[in-house]
Design a binder for this molecule. Structure first.
Ligand code: SF4
Length: 645
């Protein structure tokens, strides 16, 4: 299949874009504390321009410091910010891409902690996620903010940006004004449709006045707010048309608000291109280009969306975090080499919302956000490297080492690559994990990695091979917990169930423990056929270890299947048909189960390190073999060793 539509040029107003690939404006927290552009931002976006994206839209750039939507937001509220954006524009232009700056005021979706003063909104109703009561904007303050959008647009233009995008989506201040759910004003800026549209239209006019008639101005809109009383796919085409009538050059169609954040970062449980039907409704209402976004996970799908006139351009958000070179790979007909986003939400939104990390990265591609610090360089000292373990850390280390020119053999004791990561991919809605494993193998084969399966490496084998370096990526093994009764051979493990080794087709099932407990309950709940699934686990809530956004969807499915979840349970004993546990000092007993599945954590498995240290000069241990922490750390550690060895 050809990708002629995706690869064809397009015009947005006066701006010529070389293809239909867009990097949408994703908050990264890579900015400096004062709102200026950092070297990390420049390197991160330049990498995507180099990877062939035609249009790059710079994330949430605040028009005043009180309008920041993330702690390390970019800003254009001062002339001091212009030089950083100039550096960014030059870096992106060097690769033939166009740069558009997204202008935002977060309103009630900011926070006093990083905005430095009270947050503001059309109406003092707190955002359900932020939970901070905003100050109601007085009329004169509204006019000041309208003016600030124009001033920020002028600065973007003077920095050399090719256009600006007004952020009227995702629950930010403009969409708060547009929303009957967030805007309860009865003055000139509220009450009815015309009143609610007064602020966004005034912002568009202010920007247009500031940049002139020929400068590209885009408008981002949510196709719907996913909230009762909020905007819907029935009224957002009307808004899009209004923006076109007020000189906007393109509409970028996102979805939802922070209050329903699970729709902003949908996992694989939600069908690919889920926002396309609503986008098509907007496309029919306007005669300017429409940009689609939202889990468009495959270039074949993207090509059909454009070919069938459902949208004009395709924004790849998390997909471009997982692979900055998608357009170049599509153009070279190397789609099998595209690193797939697995929609885990761990390295991107998970890291962004983690107060100890705050900076976005990617589970599949740990280089993301480190483009200015880590590069794959050809080695000057070619080594023979044995990699023991074909799980995610071993696979990541293997292709990078081979790409650098090392002689690499990767050994796996199982008949398939992927280790526990592959087992996780067997759970319902985690299918894209398998695509990631296939991608690592494709890259390894491309660069000459030799894979040896069904082979448990022994110290004797290592001695015989005489490698210069060994990377031990032996992962973790199923642990029999010390809980009384849990060594019963009749009990199943998560691996037994998800791998298909054992099939539970009926009867009531008890799942005890937390690791993968939610996934196995999801799998069993879907197949419970009238019987009952109960999870008893020690954590505060299921699913432990997942991003909270993915967890919202998974917990909803468990509810739909009628899975009973008992949290904060200290397990005392597991017996043939039940469990004894303690909550708040009170002992409880559950019995009458036909099947018991143990979902306890894994233990590190590192049988070789001490035995080979004496005769191998370089021995490295990575991933769960060091300490069980899951795929995100395993892949990152595999990468870090591979670029430095
Ligand atoms: Fe996709 Fe996961 Fe990477 Fe986020 S961390 S971009 S969801 S693969």
């Amino acid at each position: 299949m050809s990708f002629k539509n995706l690869l064809s040029p397009i015009k947005i107003g006066t701006m010529d874009v070389k293809n239909r690939f867009v990097v949408p404006p994703m908050g990264t927290n890579f900015g400096n504390k004062d709102g200026s552009v950092s070297e990390t931002t420049v390197a991160y976006l330049a990498e995507r321009a180099k990877g062939g994206f035609g249009l790059i839209i710079v994330e949430v750039t605040a028009v005043e410091s009180r309008g920041k939507s993330i702690p390390y937001s970019l800003g254009l509220w001062s002339d001091e910010h212009i030089k950083g954006f100039k550096r960014l524009a030059d870096a992106v232009h060097a690769h033939g891409a166009k740069l558009v700056v997204q202008l935002v005021h977060a309103g009630r979706q900011g926070a006093k902690a990083y905005c430095g003063e009270d947050i503001v909104a059309p109406t003092p109703i707190p955002d359900p996620l932020i939970k901070e009561v905003p100050k109601e904007l007085a009329t004169e303050e509204i006019y000041k903010i309208i003016n600030k959008f124009g001033m920020a647009a002028k600065r973007a233009k003077s920095a050399g940006a090719d256009g600006v995008e007004i952020h009227g989506a995702n629950g930010m201040l403009i969409s708060q004004f547009m929303s009957p759910y967030a805007n309860k004003r009865v003055d000139e800026f509220g009450g009815d449709f015309k009143g609610r549209m007064k602020f966004p239209v005034a912002v568009v006019k202010s920007v247009r006045d500031a940049v002139g008639p020929d400068y590209p101005v885009l408008f981002r809109l949510s196709s719907e707010e996913k909230t009762p009383g909020g905007t819907s796919p029935n009224d957002t085409p009307v808004i899009a048309k209004l923006m076109e009538d007020n000189s906007v050059d393109a509409i970028h169609v996102s979805i939802t608000t922070f209050g329903r954040i699970e729709w902003l970062f949908v996992p694989s449980a939600v069908p690919p291109a889920f926002n396309i039907p609503a986008t098509t409704g907007i496309k029919k209402a306007v005669n300017i280009p429409v940009i689609a976004v939202g889990r468009i996970n495959d270039p074949y799908l993207a090509e059909r969306i454009i070919a069938t006139g459902q949208a004009d351009m395709i924004a790849l958000g998390r997909e471009s975090l997982a692979d900055p070179e998608i357009p170049n790979k599509v153009a070279a007909d190397l789609t099998e080499e595209i690193a797939p986003c697995i929609y885990c939400n761990q390295g991107c939104v998970g890291y962004l919302f983690n107060p100890n990390i705050l900076k976005l990265s990617c589970l599949v591609r740990p280089f993301t956000g480190k483009e200015d610090k880590i590069k794959i360089k050809e080695t000057e000292n070619k080594k023979k490297i044995m990699i023991v373990g074909g799980g995610p850390s071993g696979l990541e280390a293997a292709w990078i080492c081979a790409k650098r020119g090392h002689d690499v053999t990767c050994y796996e004791k199982d008949s398939h690559p992927g280790g526990k990561f592959r087992i996780a991919g067997m759970a319902p809605t985690r299918q894209e994990i398998l695509a990631a494993i296939k991608y690592y193998m494709t890259m390894g084969k491309k660069y000459g990695v030799k894979y040896v399966f069904n082979t448990e490496v022994t110290p004797e084998m290592v001695k015989q091979e005489e490698p210069d370096a060994v990377i031990l990526a032996t992962g973790g093994i199923v642990r029999t917990p010390s809980v009384k009764g849990s060594d019963n051979p009749k009990f199943f493990t998560v691996e037994d169930v998800l791998s298909g080794k054992s099939c539970i087709t009926g009867g009531n099932t008890l799942v005890v423990g937390s690791t993968y407990a939610a996934d196995v309950a999801d799998y069993l709940g879907e197949r419970s056929w009238g019987s009952k699934v109960t999870v008893v686990h020690p954590q505060k809530e299921l699913p432990a270890g997942y991003s909270f956004v993915t967890g919202i969807w998974l917990n909803q499915r468990l509810k739909d299947y009628g899975v009973q979840v008992i949290s904060r349970a200290s397990i005392k004993e597991v017996f043939e048909n039940g469990v004894i546990y303690e909550i708040d000092g009170k002992e409880e007993k559950l019995e009458g189960f036909d099947n018991v599945v143990l979902a306890y954590n894994y233990s590190s498995y590192n049988p070789l390190e001490e035995k080979i240290k004496g005769f191998v000069e370089e021995v490295y241990v990575v991933g769960d073999a060091v300490h069980v922490r899951g795929a995100i750390k395993a892949i990152e550690e595999g990468m870090k060793i591979a670029v430095s060895i």
